[in-house]
Design a protein around this ligand. Sequence first.
Ligand SMILES: [Zn+2]
Length: 179
Amino acid sequence: MRRVLRILFNVATVVSLVLCVVTMAAWVLSYQARDFFSWTQADRRLRLVAETHRHGLAAGVFVPVGTGGRLLPPEARWKYTAPKSYAQTVGSQGTFFKRFGFVFEYSENGAFALRQLACPYWFIMLLTTILPAARLAAWRRRARRLSLHPTVCRHCGYDLRATPDRCPECGTVLKAKGG
Ligand SMILES: [Zn+2]
């Protein structure tokens, strides 16, 4: 169980790091062009959209509303257009959060409803940096502790002065030193 958790923790760290790098790339590329992605579910009752702006990422979900029974356009596409300012989507007016570039809005036009989520790239990068940075700090702390105290378990840091062959805490068997 402990091993499974450690693997999941490592996977989460790597995924977090990859997302951080992808976000940074999207941020840089958003100055060259605007990526627009949309995908409609087969029954045309759900459409996902995502677009990159110069300062942030916006994503939304469309669903049909009302009695007209209109369905969403059947499309899945990825296109590039001229870069677009984030303010054009987010707007500089509104609540405290909106002025800082955070959007969570619901709107409808009679036929379709849109739930939109938008946030600045720096925020995504901040969130995805936390776990890798914490792991790096812990790793450096452990490396430092091992260099200062060679009599602790390399695996869990338990004091091994009384039991130099096997760690009583995590069970790691240690190689006998010298001959
Ligand atoms: Zn140990």
